[in-house]
Ligand binder design. Structure first.
Ligand SMILES: NC(=O)c1ccc[n+]([C@@H]2O[C@H](COP(=O)([O-])OP(=O)(O)OC[C@H]3O[C@@H](n4cnc5c(N)ncnc54)[C@H](OP(=O)(O)O)[C@@H]3O)[C@@H](O)[C@H]2O)c1
Length: 208
């Protein structure tokens, strides 16, 4: 099974490397070719890098690991190539000071992404766990396997994502249909917000 990452930063690099260790054929892509190449080298296991279009073309599963602000433009460039493919949305649509979600609670980034790329089978996943956990060798919390939530409307695609999560060593938790991303995205905020408290930008936003 081939997995492409769009984005080779904290999330793309760590999930890609873990998937590669789990036996997936991983193709990293990024804005800067060099960053994708470095992620591939760090992952080892025959992982490789490519431009975004080539990576998407080659993949069965595509991991969207971009800052939310870049999502629309990047997807518009690869939209036809995503036809029939599983598109994992790991993004969090954070406001500039990260105290809130740009979408509010009447929709979610995942649902908006599904509207942008109706050809793809969008599954929300991986957004509630920090990249450091994906990168750690033994990702357990007090002896318990870390839960990774996923949500989507297409049964087969969800099964593929659940399989990926399990093979990466995590507990795969089905959160429901894609609409359940409205629950998963604020869950990420729960983890991020306490880390912002000491920062002045968070104070400006009324946090801390
Ligand atoms: N960090 C976490 O712990 C965490 C946890 C869960 C979810 N998330 C979410 O995951 C997403 C990625 O976060 P991150 O921490 O991995 O961000 P990051 O470290 O800043 O990495 C972002 C990646 O996106 C690439 N990128 C940006 N614009 C691009 C474009 N136009 N075309 C192609 N690639 C582009 C960057 O390429 P270059 O390397 O070439 O600059 C970089 O590789 C965000 O939505 C975030 O909210 C993050």
């Amino acid at each position: 099974m081939k997995l492409a990452t769009i984005g080779s930063g904290n999330i793309g690099k760590s999930i890609g490397a873990r998937a590669s260790k789990a036996g997936y054929e991983v193709i990293f892509s990024a804005r800067a070719e060099q960053h994708a190449l470095e992620a591939a080298k760090a992952a080892g296991n025959n992982a490789r890098s490519a431009g975004v279009r080539e990576a998407v073309e080659l993949a069965d599963i595509v991991l969207l690991a971009l800052p939310h602000g870049a999502v629309e433009e990047v997807l518009s460039n690869v939209r036809p190539l995503l036809k029939g493919k599983v598109l994992i949305d790991a993004t969090n649509a954070l406001t500039a000071v990260s105290g809130a979600l740009t979408n509010g609670s009447a929709t979610s980034a995942a649902e908006e992404i599904a509207k942008l790329v109706p050809e793809a089978k969008v599954v929300k996943a991986f957004n509630t766990v920090f990249a450091q956990v994906y990168a750690s060798q033994y990702p357990e919390v007090k002896g318990n396997t870390v839960s990774v939530y996923y949500a989507g409307d297409d049964k087969e695609s969800k099964a593929k994502v659940a399989d990926l999560i399990r093979k990466m060593g995590f507990d795969a938790v089905d959160a429901g249909p894609l609409k359940a991303a409205r629950n998963l995205e604020p869950m990420a905020l729960l983890k991020i917000a306490p880390q912002l408290v000491p920062h002045s930008s968070a104070k400006a936003a009324g946090w801390g």
